[in-house]
Design a binder for this molecule. Structure first.
Ligand code: FAD
Ligand code: NAP
Length: 536
């Protein structure tokens, strides 16, 4: 039962949160801190979200550990010691488990609990959430912390069910791990997950065949043990470091240069790229201010990476196949540890599926371009139905029985990526049309959680029972998000940012470009009495 007078008698809880990753854990902590009763439903058997599921070899963050972590609690950020520049999956999972224990969160989390529907009762202004086992609970507020990259994409390859070996997806990695030693392995996909897994698998496997649809731009991560002196310096004034980070999407110490790539002589430009290549990390993309705006500027970065690939990969045919032809950075830039070098190994082979399409999976392997590749293990590194996928998999019904999936059939429609009209009291954390995947996601998550918690506090203080955006505000936001993207090179690629990786998904930009401007806009909305939201 609720502890708060606003919640109607009859509601089981004040708030239900779906998902126990970075977002769900902090949301629960905030709700509890406000004296609300809350429960988290999590499909997995543990906390961690992304870092629970993506336990493939080589998985690690590509934003530096000191930034890819919570800042809401000073003691927490001081006491946790990161061991590597980019923490590996087991370390990030251990961190999130520590957070769950430190703030005593587990007692309000139901594990192994998949939410299948969420239905709004207009009369009572309550959400009823149902689990796959049939259990139900009601609450005033429902927060979807279901993740932007949590709904794995397994392409429908004919014959998959006939395969006699092991099939795994990087985003649903077997808890018991996978032993590749002496095995013949196929990896399908060459995005961020594959880039990390391929060098590790190649070291163990007898043979590795990589099936590539689109070649990838990748720069060295430059991962290394984290220098204790660097960690000490950041922690000495973590607040200032976080503040610097909040003024840009990622990279507090990136040296974001506010100069066009075309404004410097070619030799100086290449020297800049070279310095950043050596330093490692996504700071490469911050070398100039117009790399995702001007095609000509973009080509300078693309040419630099292609030259690196030709210099690293000894077989010219493989080097050519690994060289991307699309716009640099319009698919997420990958950070690797020895990815291109892996193709110099005698046990690794690249298959370009544009020339040799995967026709079928057979009991003994894959058939591509007429050739049968006998393998023991197939790894699908084929990504996610990003941003909308996890929400689409839940039957969410708002006012008048409106289905969220139907409302979003032509593309997501939200206000600030936080709410959608017709779905009162339903919030999404880093949902579609918020900056989410274009940012360091942990600060983005914290900003959303704080916004939602403050909005709920605002409602309780004034006795409101429901909040939702009003249509003109939502329409303007959808247009605004599209217009920003249209002024960049992002629409030029078939990326998951546009939903282009999922057959039949509408091709629209799924996230808002720009974090500081977004935060500013949210502050302004609140200052103007939650402009664009309707309370009742
Ligand atoms: P998630 O961690 O995805 O958690 C969502 C949870 O909701 C999951 O546990 C899921 O099981 C649960 N859930 C979903 N639907 C239901 C349902 N119907 N019922 C019950 N439970 C449900 N971002 C960065 O900023 N930097 C990085 O370096 C970075 N690296 C990444 C590496 C990988 C391999 C991947 C896949 C993503 C990475 N990301 C990175 C993005 C990452 O997803 C976010 O940074 C962050 O972890 C998201 O946290 P979250 O809590 O919002 O979602
Ligand atoms: P992804 O970037 O979507 O890559 C999927 C890969 O599979 C692509 O190469 C894609 O080719 C290919 N593919 C998809 N369907 C295919 C099919 N039917 N046949 C052949 N190939 C197919 O997915 P991801 O690598 O899992 O990464 C998703 C996101 O998660 C990243 O962009 C990043 O945001 C995050 N992530 C981060 C890290 C990190 O370094 N911290 C690691 C992993 C993931 P196309 O390009 O042609 O579609």
């Amino acid at each position: 039962m609720s502890t708060d007078a606003v919640t109607d008698a009859g509601a089981d809880l004040d708030a239900i949160v779906v998902g126990a990753g970075f977002a769900g854990l902090y949301m629960l902590h905030r709700l509890r801190g406000m004296g609300l009763t809350a429960r988290v439903y999590e499909a997995a058997d543990g906390v961690g979200g992304t870092w629970f599921w993506n336990a493939y070899p080589g998985a690690r963050c590509d934003i530096e550990s000191l930034e890819y972590s919570y800042q809401f609690d000073e003691a927490l950020q001081q006491e946790w010691i990161w061991t590597e520049r980019y923490a590996a999956q087991p370390e990030i999972l251990a961190y999130l488990e520590h957070v769950a224990d430190r703030f005593d969160l587990r007692r309000d989390i139901r594990f192994g609990a998949r939410v299948v529907s969420a239905v709004f009762d207009e009369g009572a202004a309550l959400w009823t959430v149902a689990l796959d086992g049939g259990e139900r609970a009601t609450a005033r507020w429902c927060v979807m912390a279901t993740g932007s990259l949590s709904s794995s994409n397994l392409p429908a390859v004919p014959g998959l069910e006939t395969f006699e070996g092991l099939v795994c997806h990087t985003g649903r990695w077997p808890r018991s791990g996978v032993d590749f030693s002496g095995r013949r392995v196929a990896v399908i996909g060459t995005g961020s997950s594959a880039i990390q897994a391929i060098p590790e698998i190649a070291r163990q496997a007898a043979r590795l065949t990589v099936f590539q649809r689109t070649a990838t731009y990748s720069v060295p991560a430059g991962n290394a043990p984290l220098d204790p002196e660097v960690q000490r310096r950041v922690k000495a004034d973590y607040r200032a470091f976080r503040l610097r980070n909040s003024l840009m999407p990622i990279g507090a110490d990136f040296d974001h240069r506010d100069v066009s790539a075309l404004a410097v002589p070619p030799a100086d430009r290449d020297a800049e790229y070279e310095a950043r290549w050596r330093r490692g990390g996504a700071c490469f993309a911050a070398a100039f201010n117009d790399l995702v705006i001007s095609e000509e500027a973009n080509r300078t970065a693309a040419d630099f990476v292609r030259a690196k690939i030709r210099a690293i990969v000894t077989d010219p045919v493989t080097a050519e196949a690994l060289s991307p032809g699309h716009t640099f950075g319009c698919k997420r830039l990958c950070l690797d540890t020895g990815y291109y070098e892996t193709f110099n190994r005698p046990n690794v082979r690249l298959v370009d599926v544009n020339r040799a399409p995967i026709e079928a999976i057979l009991p003994e392997g894959l058939k591509a371009g007429g050739e049968v590749h006998a393998v023991d293990i197939i790894v699908f590194a084929t990504g996610f139905d990003a941003l909308t996928g996890a929400l689409d998999r839940i039957d969410i019904r708002g006012r008048g029985g409106l289905r969220l999936k139907d409302k979003w059939a032509e593309g997501a429609r939200t206000y600030l990526g936080l709410q959608s009209e017709g779905f009162p009291n339903l919030f999404t954390i880093t949902g579609p049309q918020s900056p989410s995947v274009f940012t360091n996601m942990v600060p983005s998550i914290e900003q959303h959680v704080d916004f939602i918690a403050d909005c709920i506090a605002h409602m309780r203080e004034r006795g409101f029972r429901s909040v939702e955006p009003h249509r003109p505000a939502e329409d303007a936001w959808v247009e605004h998000v599209g217009a920003i993207a249209a002024a960049t090179l992002y629409p030029t690629c078939n990326s998951w940012y546009l939903g282009a990786n999922i057959p039949g998904k509408p091709r629209v930009i799924l996230a808002h470009l720009g974090f500081p401007t977004y935060v500013e806009r949210c502050r302004d909305v609140v200052a103007k009495g939650y402009e664009g939201f309707t309370f009742a």
